[in-house]
Design a protein around this ligand. Structure first.
Ligand code: SIN
Length: 294
């Protein structure tokens, strides 16, 4: 099938047409998607109709799927698929995670030693208003940094804490199992990486999870992070996605952060997400070190 691509906005995203993701894709198509993905951290596929197996099978063409520490968000049908939703079952228990509130700029899995940096989110039910998701291209943001800020972050590691992320969640999302706690100790990741395909440098950030910078006192680390977040999330580096039912969006958390706007809690929103271990040969894949041992 002929693949069409159209750059959206300021090059953060690229809309890909002509593909029926519920059908198996040949290797040539996957290679073309990989090439586009290296240039644009976000690929948008519209008008899809995917079962959980089809979503998972397409995602798995880019790497093994992760079953995340949020086993409470996993689909009972296909556990590699997480339900991102404010819907509740007959016992008023949330069927998935992340509810209806605003979610600040973050990178999925940044709190993991070996993060699975690929993600695909598929929209099934949407509120009439609100709930848009934005992404920031952290390669473009790095290029735009002043020499002073580049020198300040190059070679530095951020301290990433899942406890901080949890404190920002609503309701039952704040609660995790003992096993999930054990798997998410505070860790360090370099704040700057080089993309193995494009050779471009990128920031690696997560405003919901970083608690400081290794080797800097608390106040100076916070001040530098604040300055970097303010700079990196300017409009010229971002793309805001207005969801339509049937949209599937594939993104690389290795050089992006994303945020979601709140929506009316009485409206229904149902999204399904996969999480993908991407290869360090083609993607930025931060390697973590335990903060306590560093
Ligand atoms: C997420 O942050 O992974 C979810 C984004 C969304 O619900 O749009």
């Amino acid at each position: 099938m002929l693949l069409e691509s159209r750059v959206l906005g300021n090059r953060v995203a690229c809309e890909v047409g002509g593909l029926r993701l519920w059908e198996p894709q040949d290797d040539q198509t996957i290679d073309r998607l990989r090439a586009l993905w290296a240039e644009h951290p976000l690929l948008v596929f519209r008008r899809q109709a995917l079962s959980e197996d089809e979503l998972a099978d397409f995602s798995a063409r880019f790497g093994p799927l992760e079953r995340t520490v949020r086993t409470d968000w996993a689909s009972p049908v296909r556990p590699e698929v997480s339900l991102i939703s404010n819907l509740k079952d007959a016992q008023a228990t949330p069927i998935g995670g992340l509810g209806d509130g605003e979610i600040q700029w973050h990178s999925d899995q940044s709190y993991m030693l070996n993060p699975a940096t690929g993600a695909m989110l598929y929209a099934l039910e949407l509120p009439p208003e609100g709930g848009a998701t934005s992404w920031v291209d952290l390669c473009a943001a790095y290029v735009g940094l002043s020499d002073r800020l580049k020198r300040a972050v190059d070679g530095r590691c951020g301290i990433f804490s899942y406890a901080k992320r949890l404190a920002g969640y609503q309701g039952t999302d704040r609660m995790i199992s003992e096993e999930a706690k054990r798997k998410t100790p505070p860790i360090l990741h370099p704040l700057v990486h080089t993309h193995p395909v494009t050779g471009r440098k990128a920031l690696y950030l997560d405003s919901t999870t970083t608690v400081g910078i290794d080797g800097m006192d608390e106040a100076s680390g916070w001040a530098l992070l604040e300055e970097i977040y303010e700079f990196a999330t300017q409009r010229q580096f971002t793309y805001r996605h207005h969801w339509q039912v049937g949209d599937a969006v594939l993104w690389d958390n290795g050089f992006t952060m994303h945020r979601r706007e709140a929506f009316d809690p009485t409206a229904r929103r149902l999204m399904k997400r996969t999480t993908i271990f991407l290869s360090g040969e083609r993607h930025i894949v931060p390697e973590g070190v335990l903060a306590a041992l560093a």
